[in-house]
Design a protein around this ligand. Structure first.
Ligand SMILES: C[S@@+](CC[C@H](N)C(=O)[O-])C[C@H]1O[C@@H](n2cnc3c(N)ncnc32)[C@H](O)[C@@H]1O
Ligand SMILES: [Zn+2]
Length: 304
């Protein structure tokens, strides 16, 4: 039994401690059914509106495994003021964990990590990081997190909140699980202008509605365009007309292009909007960089 993490029922909010069974299904007293199998607590029936992320992360399970990517992920955490000193011995929520790239590092830094995702990425994260001590994996929805309020010392939501039906409501729901004195760090898509972005927005009007395999085939076909982008003038035009990822690494380029065009929700926000959310929920010492919007805030003691 996992002694370190307290689960509550997402439906009736009562403690699940007495009901949890391991490698089995279990039932809350309200009748809701869950399971804990192969190291994953499953609190939802399926991956809801996130089929594209299930596909993407199962295919690209090791996208962030190279030493360069691991170093880049670590740099990202530090940029958000999340350091080994901050998280050691603390309870950290990695919400929308994807492949588990952040959870791995946070665990290596000595944190007790809870990795949550509402896509089948949670299976990938468990495979990637499950051998480490002190990580709990939950297939759950951030709008109905199975944990008490004011429970985590640090919450990280990297590239997640804008992929939900409402970024603002996701932000304000997740932050309820932050303890006083805790740190909330997010990366949210920034709004940007320019012809390339306008073209991406235009394509996105229909790409999320394509069958996943068709869209993925387009991404594969577009990947070699990268070399045509190097041709002066024609390249500049192509970059706008076919606005795919510019990553040098072939797999990263395909995955990023798919990530751009496939999600059902991919909202973009301005600096003042995101800043206002931090103010609305009473976070202090907010550090915001824009664009893209990387932001960190601290919940003061005595805040509601
Ligand atoms: C762009 S990926 C980012 C993954 C990871 N944070 C990273 O940076 O590698 C966004 C993730 O958010 C997850 N997600 C979106 N909506 C969610 C929700 N309501 N509850 C939990 N996870 C969600 C998706 O399934 C996906 O894995
Ligand atoms: Zn219940």
């Amino acid at each position: 039994m996992d002694q370190t993490v307290e689960f509550i029922c997402p439906e009736c909010r009562s403690s699940l401690a007495a009901h949890i069974r391991h490698n089995a299904r279990f039932q809350c007293s309200c009748g809701a059914q869950y399971e804990h199998v192969d190291g994953i607590y499953r609190l939802v029936p399926d991956d809801a509106y996130l089929k594209t992320f299930s596909f993407q992360w199962k295919k690209y399970y090791n996208l962030y495994d190279s030493p360069e990517e691991v170093a880049g992920t670590e740099r990202t955490l530090r940029k958000l003021h999340i350091t080994p000193e901050l998280v050691k011995g603390k309870r950290v929520l990695d919400v929308g964990c994807g492949t588990g790239r952040f959870s791995r590092i946070l665990s290596d830094w000595g944190a007790t990590v809870v990795a949550v995702d509402l896509s089948e990425a949670i299976y990938v994260a468990q495979k990637n990081a499950g051998a480490r001590e002190g990580i709990t994996f939950a297939f759950a929805d951030l709008f109905k997190l199975p944990f008490p309020a004011e429970y985590f010392d640090v919450i990280l939501a990297w590239g997640v909140l804008h992929h939900t039906p409402s970024t603002e409501s996701a932000f304000k729901t997740v932050v309820r699980h932050l303890k006083a004195g805790g740190v909330f760090s997010v990366y949210i898509y920034g709004k940007s202008k320019g012809s390339r972005r306008r073209m991406q927005n235009l394509y996105r009007k229909f790409t999320p509605h394509l069958p996943i395999s068709v869209l993925y085939a387009f991404c594969l076909l577009a990947a070699p365009m990268y070399y045509l982008y190097k041709i002066p003038l024609i390249g500049r035009l192509l970059r706008v007309l076919i606005p795919m990822s510019q990553q040098k690494d072939y797999r990263l380029r395909i995955a990023e292009t798919f990530d751009e065009f496939s999600p059902k929700y991919a909202w973009r926000h301005t600096f003042p909007e995101v800043h206002q959310w931090f103010v609305d929920v009473g976070l202090k010492d907010n550090a915001i960089y824009d664009p893209p919007i990387l932001a960190t805030g601290i919940k003061p003691f005595g805040a509601v």
